[in-house]
Design a protein around this ligand. Sequence first.
Ligand SMILES: C[S@@+](CC[C@H](N)C(=O)[O-])C[C@H]1O[C@@H](n2cnc3c(N)ncnc32)[C@H](O)[C@@H]1O
Length: 207
Amino acid sequence: MDRSAKFWDRIAERYSKQPIADEAAHQKKLQVTREYFRPDMEVLEFGCGTGSTAISHAPYVKHIQAIDISSKMIDIAQGKADAKNIENVTFKRSAIDEFTVPDQTLDAVLGFSILHLMDNKEEIIARVHKMLKPGGIFVTSTACIGDTMKFFKIVAPIGKFLGLMPLVKVFTTRELEDSLTDAGFEIDYQWQPGKNKAVFIVAKKAE
Ligand SMILES: C[S@@+](CC[C@H](N)C(=O)[O-])C[C@H]1O[C@@H](n2cnc3c(N)ncnc32)[C@H](O)[C@@H]1O
């Protein structure tokens, strides 16, 4: 098991009990995402954590595959889905870097609080682009730390080395937008609830 999975396994229980930092912003992101959903949609969520987002979106689409690198996160998510009799979400332990689906078979891919944790976000964005059908959407919420806290580039590797935090990559909103458009996405919707808050983007693959 790699160090990233170990880190998330270690904090999974605590993470599941943490209240959402900004409930109003979270609800707005769910609502905007749902405006894109249709009942026949096949959806992938990567880095699903303890499953709350997948579970709350489940009634609005056909099926959600929800994956996470941490088996502890997946166990908690599965427990919550079972308790609510949710049958159209399949939780699976998998890293997004290893997860495969046939090309152009998904209608939507969701990745919340995850792209800034990826060593290779351009590769992940390219993989997502391949998985999506033409017109499919990639919905993300990403901490663009480079906008205001460039010093984090120095702090982050030290925190990771000490096991206090996962790998965190520092980039700006502009750089994230460029990564998405360079991969062939068009930005269809963008919202930042406030300074230093995660940037929410719905990116669309051309029809
Ligand atoms: C900050 S949490 C976000 C969880 C959830 N999306 C949310 O918004 O609450 C990041 C999650 O990504 C998972 N993760 C980290 N690296 C991953 C990877 N390469 N593939 C899949 N999941 C990963 C972690 O285990 C963790 O559950």
